[in-house]
Every structure is written in C-alpha cells, then in structure tokens.
Design a binder for this molecule. Structure first.
Ligand code: ACO
Length: 324
C-alpha cells in the first residue's frame, strides 16, 4: 500500500505593522504607481523590534495545529524554511520544538533555499513521511526579510516583507503530496545574494554586506523562463493535464511573474491565489501564507488539485502537485 503525506492543517501570520508604498516614497525615489505597476505590491508587513522570525513561525504553526485539532506532542518532525533564522544555532526549528511543545526527541531542522525554501521543506518532510521516518510533520516558512533590506536601495526595499505560514502533514494511505520537484543552479549566485555570513566574517566585506544584493531585471527574466519549465515538468511527471489544475498557489514575488506562469497553464487569474499585494515578497513564507489565506476564505476546497511553484536565490526553484 502506498503511503504518503496529506495536509491536515494550515496557518499563517503577518506582523501588525503595515508599511504602504506611500511611506516608502519618503525613503527612496520611487512611487506607489511604479511599485504597483511593476510588482503588484501595495503594502508589506514589518516586524517590530521585539519580534523574531521564530516568533512569527510559532504563531503560524500554532494556527495550523489548531486548524488540524491535534496534540502538539504527536508532531515528530519540524522542518523550517528560512533565510533569516533567529540565530546561527540552534535552528529555528529546534526553537519551535520548545515553544510549541512538540515531541521531545523528534526531528527538527532548518532548510535554506531562499524563496524556494517552502517547497524544499515540503519535499523533505514528504520524503520522511513516505519512508517511515516520521508520522506527523510541521512544515513552516517564516521570514523577517526586512532585517536584511537596505532601505536606501529602491531596487530591493520596495519588494520584500515579513511573515510566516505553516502546514501540518500526516502520514496517509491517500497521499495529498503527489509529487515535488527541486532544482538549484549555483552559477547564478551573483544575481541575488547576501554577501555576509558567519563563515566569511564581517570585517572584510563592508557595511552593506548584510543586505540583499539583486540584479532584479536579470532575476526576473530567468525566473519567468524557469517557472514555465518547472510547471511543464511537474505536470508531465504526474501525467496530469494542465486543465486539471484547480488552483495555482505560486511564490508571491511579483504579479507579472505570477501572470506569466498562469498564462502558460492557461489558467484564468481567478484560479490563481494572489496575496503579493498585501505583503510583498515574504520569501519562504509566501506559499503557505497564500495557501492558508485561500483555505480560510473558502476558495480552496478539499480534494482540489493545487500546483505550488517557487523560484529564488541560489538560484533554487521547485514545484509541488498537491491534492488538498
Ligand atoms: N522605483 C522607481 N524606479 C525604480 C525602482 C523603484 N523602486 N527600482 C528600479 N527603478 C528604476 C530603475 O533604476 C530603472 O531606471 P532606468 O531605466 O533609469 O535605469 C527602471 O526603474 C527600470 O528598471 P528595471 O530593473 O528594468 O525594472 P523592471 O521592470 O525589471 O522591474 C523589478 C524591476 C520589479 C525589481 C523586477 O525586475 C523584478 O521583480 N524582478 C524580480 C526580482 C525578485 O522578485 N526577486 C526576489 C527573489 S527571486 C523571486 O522571488 C522570484
């Protein structure tokens, strides 16, 4: 009998503070009109000084646990996707194990795949559940991207925001995670990266080394081409026709990238979950935030076929076909 993973709960959280495009007009030479036309972003959320990436993840995860109505002690795997972890170690996942009160002695670790992080984490958790390594898994995407933003760089500061999303997976004889597809190409590092890391040290790298550096226009072109390819790959591997997909739940980076993928799928935009306008690019958090939004407002129904796709720093990219 085939066993696999099924989503039994979703949750998300956005910090209280809203920063509008108009507010950014006071910081850099930009305009609400430019940001909306080029990206679809109207506003983003920003953490306060006391909030960490783990705090956001904890709230989103608790909401997913509550939605599923399960005892946290039964969760024996936590995979957190983030590129803005609370600390170098222990992992953000280990922190969540403590704060959520999940199974002591279970497995907990972070994965780093930038904006594709949630798909990577979902894929890893799915493999654990398929092979008997765990029975109930929490997959969290949580990010405080504004902590690595240069608020003087208009090419990046208008794009990103903070937030968290989570799904709870159960081992099941009717698997919901049908297939996942992961890729990376490290040759593209110069187009999108944060120079600083603990392994390099700080002194030699200069003041701006802790911020996102991006050649946005070039990233855009590769992202559109790559996402088009991965959509085809996922459908072909599962033997599914594109017209069978009920909902596209894409990484929320830019409305124009999302529209290009939807066009490839011949999917009308009212079958695409779009939340980028409300929170900007929240990196690994964006797919579970979009998923949770559409589950809670009743758009996504049980048994519908969902396609997740993401692209980000690395470059990394990936997709998942999910029977919800
Ligand atoms: N406000 C006003 N003008 C701006 C701004 C801004 N915030 N940022 C750039 N510009 C200017 C540029 O300086 C340039 O001016 P110039 O013509 O005088 O040189 C002009 O706008 C056009 O710049 P482009 O970079 O060609 O604009 P583009 O249409 O490509 O849009 C954007 C820029 C929004 C960054 C787009 O390239 C993009 O979204 N790229 C993908 C980046 C991304 O999403 N990265 C996240 C990680 S990867 C992922 O998640 C998919």
């Amino acid at each position: 009998m085939t066993t696999g993973a099924r989503i039994i709960g979703t949750g998300s959280y956005l910090p209280e503070r809203v920063v509008s495009n108009q507010e950014l007009e006071a910081l850099v030479e930009t305009s609400d009109q430019w940001i909306q036309e080029r990206t679809g972003i109207r506003e983003r959320r920003v953490v306060d000084d006391t909030q960490s990436c783990g705090d956001l993840g904890q709230i989103a995860a608790q909401r997913a646990i509550d939605a599923a109505g399960v005892d946290p002690k039964t969760i024996d795997l936590i995979v957190v996707a983030t590129c803005t972890p609370d600390r170098i170690f222990p992992s953000t996942a280990s922190g969540l194990q403590r704060t959520l009160g999940t199974q002591p002695g279970g497995v907990a670790f972070d994965v780093a795949a930038a904006c594709s992080g949630f798909i990577y984490a979902l894929s890893v958790a799915d493999r654990f559940l398929r092979t008997g390594g765990a029975r109930r898994a929490l997959v969290v995407g949580t990010e405080t991207m504004t902590r690595i933003l240069n608020w003087q760089d208009r090419g990046t500061c208008v794009l990103f925001g903070d937030g968290a999303g989570a799904v709870l997976l159960d081992v099941s004889e009717t698997p919901g995670i049908l297939s996942t597809h992961l890729h990376s190409d490290g040759r593209y590092e110069p187009l999108l990266y944060v120079p600083w890391g603990p392994g390099r040290g700080y002194a030699a790298l200069g003041e701006e080394s802790g911020y996102i550096h991006m050649r946005g226009n070039e990233v855009f072109k590769v992202a559109v081409n790559t996402l088009t390819r991965i959509v085809e790959e996922s459908l072909a591997a599962a033997g599914i026709d594109k017209h069978e997909v009920d909902w596209l739940v894409p990484h929320q980076a830019n409305i124009r990238i999302i529209q290009a993928t939807a066009k490839k799928l011949e999917l009308p935009m009212d079958r695409v979950v779009v939340t980028v306008g409300e929170h900007g690019n929240t990196s690994a958090a964006s797919i579970p935030i979009a998923l949770d939004t559409a589950v809670r407002d009743g758009r996504i129904q049980r048994d519908e076929l969902l396609l997740f796709e993401a692209f980000g720093g690395g470059f990394t990219w990936g997709s998942a076909l999910v029977r919800y």
